[in-house]
Design a protein around this ligand. Structure first.
Ligand code: SCA
Ligand code: 5AD
Length: 675
């Protein structure tokens, strides 16, 4: 299947856009190119909704309260990886990741602490949860109930978009078929009991972060939206009713015009899609979106420049008419946002809302020939891509075959090549580098302390609860899964009985085993941009050894961000190295076992979750001492020495170019090969 190309955005277009006259349309009427509401931000400014979470519920609760006091207008919960994947904090596989990339929630007791002193009837709360959506949604409902707030008074959003997890984000648990049933259970439950709650946030953000262009991001998001509508229809769900609470989530990268056009086109396409499904409700056709500025566009060097990038990206979101916005923190390429960086990100939104007046005009780009044409090009691209997807059997078939993931990976490779060849310039990364580092105080996550505390709390919970009630609730949940009933009410019952998140998921995975998607890595593409001398040196080294060099690249733990690991696999293959890849969720034992078979010339671990120290410490204790180990990912400079002391040969982060990596590896390999 081919990915179409987008007409270049320039001042001059030959195409007469279908939306050319749309700027004459009233704002707030279908097809909503000019914005979902008549008066837009003049009536209600966008919601300032910063995504956050770390360590335990207590720490995140304090952070939320501070943000609300400072003037943030909505909440957005980031859960840690064990919670995403349905492992309680005391599970063996969870240990290294507890509280690192988000808050650890094991039971309703944690959820109650997370919102202690925050009136859930008053604040809208977004929860980024997909894999373990049933128990987390149930924890939220029960915590609110125990706060005295009934489900019909709750406003907020649950992400509940599993398709993009298989395609790009990787926090899925069950098979796609079972997961689609879970998605519709949540949607059906919300539409019946939680009329103010958005039951999905159909997401493109993660596609762009994984490497997709803005147009591919939009096309895949719309393809997923269509797949969900089709699925709900087949389940007998009343689309007219539920579509009003299906919301969207887009990324905002540095392609300024494209991003504005993308948001305008998204509204048009959703309205058109609902027409196709025969839906009449204007309020359903009004696409509502959250946007987040891009994490991958931020650089590790000169981090203060990231404030500029974030501001430009946020402006595209405002010009595009977003309803809710997260602005990233300037230190995100280094660690989880520090307090200082979070404050700057939040205040960036205050400045946009209160100092600039850019929200005073509705759809200010409307009527610009460039913007209308760009919007039209986006629409055409998405339609062509949709056709191609249908010809290949639809989204679900392509999710299963891994093809959609492969499209994104190919674009990630192209970006890496463009950066290497200076076709795409990134200030401070591949041009205008300076050695001066800006001041910063990284956030240090107390993961060990959080793990200990969560484990104690779990033990106490299990001591206090009624074991009989727990057993009955879990059996009822399993029986409901077998008989294909809506699982939400059964999960809520279980959570009320103090069943844990991990126990709920375990009960469901006993019925449907944990799923691992097929992996596909694109053939090498870099050669043209790698230093020819260096490629020859690798060939010579291999000739001297009398065999090809062989590497293992692995993702360990629960971290699903595999863009970097896959780019490195492609790079190494270009250098003539034979590479085995252990995909997401691999364990250290998997690595030891593989190395026992092949005695690799080098092992590379890719870790973006912050868990590099515990994983590397354990690995170096278990692996043969003469095996060179490399680490790549989000690694604060302050940890580099610690990693080298433990025995790591080299640490690679976002600031390293592919040629840098290839050269460093060569030097280490020559020493290791003792030639
Ligand atoms: C708003 N309203 C208006 C109006 N603007 N009415 C008239 N005129 C206007 N101009 C009304 C709305 O209709 C609505 O009323 C109410 O005001 C609230 O506004 P809203 O626009 O719906 O805003 P909000 O409540 O903030 O909801 C926004 C949105 C929602 C719909 C997009 O889904 C949302 O908040 N999403 C956030 C998702 C999120 O934070 N995701 C984080 C992902 P009614 O309620 O009566 O209709 S982070 C992630 O995935 C990171 C990745 C990773 O890998 O970790
Ligand atoms: N708190 C704040 N921001 C986070 N991100 C991921 N996890 C958190 C968290 N716990 C940011 C990342 C990335 C985007 C997906 O969200 O840095 O840019």
């Amino acid at each position: 299947m081919k990915v179409p190309s987008l007409a270049k955005i320039e001042g001059v277009y030959s195409m007469v856009p279908e939306t050319a006259d749309s700027w004459r349309d009233a704002h707030g009427t279908a097809p909503f190119v000019r914005g979902p509401y008549e008066k837009m931000y003049q009536q209600k400014p966008w919601t300032i909704r910063q995504y956050a979470g770390f360590e335990g519920a207590l720490e995140t609760n304090a952070f939320f309260k501070r943000a609300l006091l400072q003037g943030q207008t909505g909440l957005s919960v980031a859960f840690d990886l064990p919670t995403h994947l349905g492992f309680d904090s005391d599970h063996d596989l969870a240990a290294a990741d507890v509280g690192r990339t988000g808050v650890a929630i094991d039971s309703v007791e944690d959820m109650a602490v997370l919102f202690d002193g925050i009136d859930l009837g008053n604040v809208s709360v977004s929860m980024t949860m997909n894999g373990a959506v049933l128990p987390i949604m149930a924890c939220y409902i029960v915590a609110a109930e125990e706060q005295g707030v009934a489900p019909d008074k709750l406003s907020g959003t649950i992400q509940n978009d599993i398709l993009k997890e298989y395609i790009a984000r990787n926090t899925y648990i069950h098979s796609p078929d079972f997961s689609m049933e879970v998605v519709s259970d949540v949607v059906a439950y919300c539409s019946e009991h939680m009329p103010r709650f958005n039951s999905m946030s159909i997401s493109g953000y993660h596609f762009q972060e994984a490497g997709a262009s803005p147009e591919l991001e939009l096309a895949l998001t719309m393809a997923n939206a269509r797949a969900y509508l089709t699925h709900f229809q087949q389940q007998g769900i009343d689309l007219e009713f539920v579509a009003k609470r299906l919301s969207f989530f887009f990324g905002l990268g540095m392609s300024f015009y494209k991003e504005v056009a993308k948001l305008r086109a998204a509204r048009f396409l959703w309205s058109e899609l609902l027409d196709e499904f025969g839906i009449r409700s204007e309020s359903a056709k009004r696409l509502k979106m959250h946007c987040q500025t891009s994490g991958v566009s931020l650089t590790e060097s000169s981090p203060l420049n990231n404030i500029v990038r974030t501001t430009i990206e946020a402006m595209a979101g405002v010009f595009g008419g977003t309803q809710s916005l997260h602005t990233n923190s300037y230190d995100e390429a280094i660690s989880l946002p520090s307090d200082q960086a979070s404050k700057v990100a939040l205040e960036t939104q205050f400045i946009l809302q209160h100092e600039t007046g850019i929200g005073d005009v509705v759809d200010p780009w409307g009527g610009s020939y460039m913007m209308e044409s760009a919007t039209q090009s986006m629409i055409e691209y998405v339609r062509t891509m949709q056709n191609n997807i249908e010809i290949e059997g639809g989204v679900l078939a392509l999710v299963a075959s891994g093809q959609l993931t492969a499209f994104i990976h190919r674009q990630a490779l192209q970006t890496a090549m463009d950066e290497e060849a200076l076709n795409k310039k990134i200030v401070g990364k591949n041009c205008y580098q300076s050695s001066s580092l800006s001041p910063q105080n990284e956030r240090v996550i107390a993961s060990d302390k959080t793990l200990l505390l969560q484990s104690k709390k779990l033990a106490l919970l299990k001591l206090k609860r009624d074991d009989g009630a727990v057993k009955r609730a879990l059996q009822a949940l399993q029986a409901a899964a077998r008989s294909k009933q809506n699982l939400m009410p059964f999960t809520i019952e279980a959570i009320r009985a103090r069943v844990t998140v991990g126990e709920c998921i375990k009960a469901l995975t006993d019925e449907n085993s944990r799923y691992l998607k097929p992996e596909h890595i694109e053939p090498a593409l870099f050669c043209a941009h790698l230093d020819a001398e260096m490629v020859k040196r690798y060939q010579a080294l291999s000739s001297q050894l009398g065999r090809p060099l062989r590497f293992l690249v692995a993702k360990v733990g629960l971290d699903g961000h595999d863009r970097g690991a896959k780019v490195i696999v492609s790079l190494l293959r270009d250098l003539g190295i034979e590479v085995d890849y252990l995909p997401i969720f691999s364990s250290l034992d998997d690595i030891i076992q593989q190395d026992g078979m092949y005695q690799y010339d080098g092992i590379g671990l890719s870790i973006l979750s912050g868990a590099h120290i515990p994983f590397v410490t354990q690995l170096t204790q278990k692996i043969r001492t003469d095996c060179p180990i490399f680490i790549g990912g989000v690694i604060p400079a302050s940890d580099k020495n610690a990693l080298e002391t433990i025995g790591v040969e080299a640490v690679f982060t976002a600031k390293h170019s592919l040629n840098d990596i290839a050269m460093s590896l060569y030097d280490i390999l020559v020493v290791a090969a003792k030639i």
